[in-house]
Design a protein around this ligand. Sequence first.
Ligand SMILES: [Mg+2]
Length: 364
Amino acid sequence: MPRTLSVIKADIGGFVGHSAMHPEVEELGRERLRDAVESGMLIDAQAHSCGDDLFLIMSHDHGQDAEVVHHFAWDLFVAGTEVAKKLHLYGAGQDLLVDAFSGNIKGAGPGSAELEYEERPSEPVIVFMADKTSAGAFNLPFYKMFADPFNTAGLVIAEPLHSGFSFEVHDVKEHKKIVLNCPEEIYDLLVFIGSPARYAIKRVVNRATGEIASVSSTDKLSLIAGRYVGKDDPAAIVRCQGAFPAVGEVLEPFTTAWIVEGFMRGSHYGPLMPVSLGDAHPARFDGPPRLVALGFQIADGKLIGPRDMFDDPSFNNVRQEANDVADQLRKHGPFEPHRLPLDEMEYTTMPAVAAKMSDRWAEM
Ligand SMILES: [Mg+2]
């Protein structure tokens, strides 16, 4: 029977502002997960935070989209919101967009990445947790991990990777999906995933074995709610070694400070900075966007770890690069390309300003 690793996450209140999560909220998450493991509902579980988002990492046998797991996560977020309200944390319950749970957490606000897999004798996985960025932020790194031989040597020299990977891409606006096979459809793939605000990689599969290599949360909060209410701050799970890229090949794409959307007010582009858990508290202009990588060995469903993978001086250069890119972009102030194009903005005064100025525009 396949095993499932679920990462379900939400922003239920920030401390201070949008910069981090309050320890009391995180502790409530840990307590509830401990209870769920003791009751036998989960095999193992951990709660971690990146910025103002709480990530529940849950190992279980219920399969993906299991109501029992989703309902449990929803109730935990509702309880966490009560703590956030008591402490007057910022934006308490901001990702809980519906009044009551109705079977699945998808479409209710929280993000989810769920991996169904047959556990290998050694099962290394990396759970990525991002803050101040959006669903498509993994497009470029996933491309490099699974399709770029200059990043992943295994595509060239390791037999189990040599047939390539297939990419399931979601159109987050039209709610459609497509599967593209690499390497032969690389150019077609890039047409779509090069536009990450609309097309996001949901799943990557090893073509030789059919095994899922990675999954990400692709739900755009803004579109779920019909308006911009959050920055979606995605999660991803990547399996490593064997028929998948090695751990170092999975982390290598993050040695460049890729520019992603989601900086200040969810309305600016900024560099994605890979950091340790201890540095996952974006404060400068509510950023720059952060990414944490937690490594686990899974042993009979138990989460052995985490190892804080970006807690490594070999990522110092990219962190410096991220600061340099942030400095340069910040100088643009309210101008694009630092500010997002109008149709991507989380906040905009344009309708009100346009209405106020409507009778001042003249034909020319
Ligand atoms: Mg956040």
